[in-house]
Design a protein around this ligand. Structure first.
Ligand SMILES: C[S@@+](CC[C@H](N)C(=O)[O-])C[C@H]1O[C@@H](n2cnc3c(N)ncnc32)[C@H](O)[C@@H]1O
Length: 396
């Protein structure tokens, strides 16, 4: 399908959904009771996201937030509340009907929040050519939109262009565990359902990295659909556009505390647990950020750790029989490669089959946030059940 045709069909689909108030089932987990206290029903009824990028404690007071594919404005309005009256929110969407509903409700939301004027503006634009100035955004969010864009590489480049140095993104989107085959790519209905245009998790993260973002890691994951053996799941990822490197920092070494026995970062630097690794100032910036900071000891002088040190962490598998039940683990950053204490080497985005005792290891808090675990036995969707918002139907 030509790019213009995809874009037009997606826009027509969402214009129709917005004008009819079509209900869809999406893997979000909004607290609708809370949102209803300040966001009009008309907006909540046309929430078609697959996560809650603004509601994950990622938005800070006074920030400028950009929402790509803002739809009826649900995440912009939640961001408006979180940035406070001194912050600023920009929503971009290509569909006029969506923009009309969002704009109409901006003043109402501001009044409900007790703001003197709305701090949200909505602009018409495409995700791959955004009407936003370079380096002006603290936080880029998006909710189930990038999968709908034909040229994702350009969208990732645009996100990097508009982010301030020191800025970051939090994006919810649908990804898959296998490349989506052409017969699905050319299915316009499934494209509009946020399935056909999905990238694999590996391609998604690689696209972000190629655009310049670093420290890309998972903050939420929900299994979604299985179609012809391809698992589609919703992920919320975050990552950084690093600020300029400070000229003065006393930190020169990083020692991996665990529980991984070895990791390789996005620059290709390898860290062995307990062994101090010399690092450059750029790595200091990154390793000081979540979720790295919990895994490393950052010091001016080299400090080695051994397994008697309370800062050393490890999770060993139980000495029990291991059964294969169809589980696969996908490392979802921030490392490109990581090893555990049972000879597994996980490579970012590549599903690795694991048995029951490894599944228990990966459920440990030191590992759990870094992995998507799927069950490929049969066609069942594994993991946490999807909460539909607001009612049953197709998604997005
Ligand atoms: C699945 S809906 C999600 C809307 C909103 N983020 C939410 O959570 O309710 C997708 C939205 O993205 C917009 N959209 C899709 N592709 C786009 C693109 N390439 N550029 C700009 N907007 C796009 C659609 O018009 C629609 O409003």
């Amino acid at each position: 399908m030509p790019i213009d045709e995809i874009t037009q069909k997606v826009s027509d689909r969402y214009a129709k959904a917005a004008s009819t108030g079509e209900q869809m089932c999406c893997p979000t987990s909004y607290d609708m009771g809370h949102l209803k206290t300040f966001i009009p029903e008309e907006v909540l009824n046309i929430s078609y996201g697959c996560g809650t990028p603004a509601g994950l404690k990622t938005v800070q007071g006074g920030e400028t937030v950009l929402d790509i594919g803002s739809g009826g404005g649900i995440d912009c309005f939640e961001a408006s509340r979180l940035v406070g009256p001194t912050g600023h929110v920009i929503g971009i969407d290509m569909t006029d009907t969506m923009l009309e509903i969002a704009r109409k409700n901006a003043a109402r939301v501001a009044a409900n929040l007790g703001y003197p004027a709305s701090n949200v503006e909505f602009h018409k634009g495409l995700a791959d050519a955004m009407p936003v100035d370079d380096g002006t955004i603290d936080l880029v969010i998006s909710n189930c939109v990038i999968n709908l864009a034909p040229d994702k590489r350009k969208v990732f480049q645009e996100m990097y262009r508009v982010a301030k140095p020191g800025g970051r993104f939090t994006i919810s989107d649908i990804v898959s565990d296998h490349t989506v085959p052409q017969y699905l790519v050319h299915d316009t209905r499934k494209w509009g359902d946020c399935l056909s245009g999905a990238l694999t998790l590996t391609d998604y993260i690689n696209g972000m990295t190629a655009a310049g973002f670093l420290g890309i890691h998972l903050i939420k994951f929900s299994p979604w659909r299985v179609i012809d053996g391809i698992h589609f799941f919703s992920v919320t990822l975050t990552g950084y556009k690093l600020p300029p490197v400070p000229t003065t920092s006393s930190i020169r070494y990083a020692t991996l505390r665990g529980p991984f026995s070895r990791v390789v970062d996005e620059r290709g630097t390898t860290y062995q647990r307990g062994i101090p690794q010399p690092i450059i100032p750029e790595e200091v910036l990154l390793l000081n950020s979540p979720p790295f900071a919990d895994h490393f000891l950052l010091t001016a002088d080299p400090i080695a750790l051994d397994n008697h040190d309370p800062r050393w962490t490890a999770v060993f598998p139980a000495q029990v029989p291991c059964t294969w039940q169809g589980h696969y683990a996908l490392l979802a950053g921030p490392f490109i490669e990581a090893a555990d204490d049972d000879h597994h080497i996980y490579r970012r985005g590549e599903p690795l089959e694991i048995c029951s005792k490894t599944l228990v290891v990966l459920e440990n808090e030191g590992y759990e946030p870094h992995f998507v675990v799927l069950n490929r036995a049969g066609d069942r969707v594994s993991g946490e059940a999807v909460t539909c918002s607001p009612n049953e139907g197709g998604c997005c």
